[in-house]
Design a protein around this ligand. Sequence first.
Ligand code: UD1
Length: 341
Amino acid sequence: MKDKILVTGGTGYIGSHTTVELQKAGYEVVIIDNLSNSNREVIDGIEAITGVRPDFVEGDCTDIPTLRKLFEEHPGIKGIINFAASKAVGESVHKPLLYYRNNLNTLINLLDLMPEYGVKGIVFSSSCTVYGEPDSNPIDETAPIKDPTSPYGNTKQISEEIIKDYVASGAPIKSILLRYFNPIGAHESALIGELPVGVPQNLVPYLTQTAAGIRKELTVFGNDYNTPDGSCIRDYIDVVDLARAHVVAMTRMLDGKDTDAIEIFNLGTGRGLSVLELIDSFERATGVKVPHKIGPRREGDIEKIWADPKKANEVLGWKAEVPIDETMRKAWAWQQRLPKN
Ligand code: UD1
């Protein structure tokens, strides 16, 4: 058995897939989640896939006594992957304090307790949103950080700064900041996946719900952008590929002797796809049509962004592998397992 890892937000979308990959790699996982945007059945899914039930603590990382109790009852945690955060861009504009409180207090509490409980490293979920609208694509880790366009995006930028300052102060920890591009899809077993609450804001859950007849039609937000077909371009990365990157990062951080105390990696495929291309890919992969119309641009959207993942490829030895059609098939298999309501 390898080291014990704390996965905050471990019943959430990326957290659950990462827990599966950590367990497959031999790590022991303790999850903490307040179930604000997920449910405890996810633990059953993880167990069904891996044959191992991760330890689960229902609790909120903004509460220090809860975290202390967790570290005392689960001694020997060596690493943390911090997924526990609010992540809806639109909501963050209306409830900024909720976002600053959840996302920043969680991180500060974890960092504060790490030395005391002997935790060596933290992998942080950051986002390509820190690059804003890039001057050119693909974008690598040295690209300038732009003014955030939402409180959510700002929490990612501030969190990166907090970690950097803390490490610079001499705190005995290491950190890897992972800047995700657009994670989509589900586990091939269709036992875990994304569980959007209410009307999905992100493209793929809206698309699969439309294909399933839950939504009447998908609106493509704008076709007058400066892109080949006029719709926005993103770097869509399979969630299992993304989850595997966390395992590699954790192993490097905990076992690597000469690695820097802070490292930053872009996690993307290196391939930009437009909204219309993604719809095409879904229809091709599943044979199911997605009723859609062109609508106005969505406020705050970036025109085009895709990753230069060279650093992650070379330094981490990790590469996104799942073809987009396969990702779409998995997203559809998961949608079909979800109740219609
Ligand atoms: C946003 C955030 C990102 C965050 C991610 C996950 C920004 C700039 N990006 O990514 O930081 O990590 O959400 O919550 O804040 N689209 C449609 N119709 C729809 C839905 C989406 O056409 O019904 C289009 C969008 O205009 C966009 C693309 O699909 O071009 C992807 O949108 P979405 O899935 O919401 O992700 P991002 O906005 O790229």
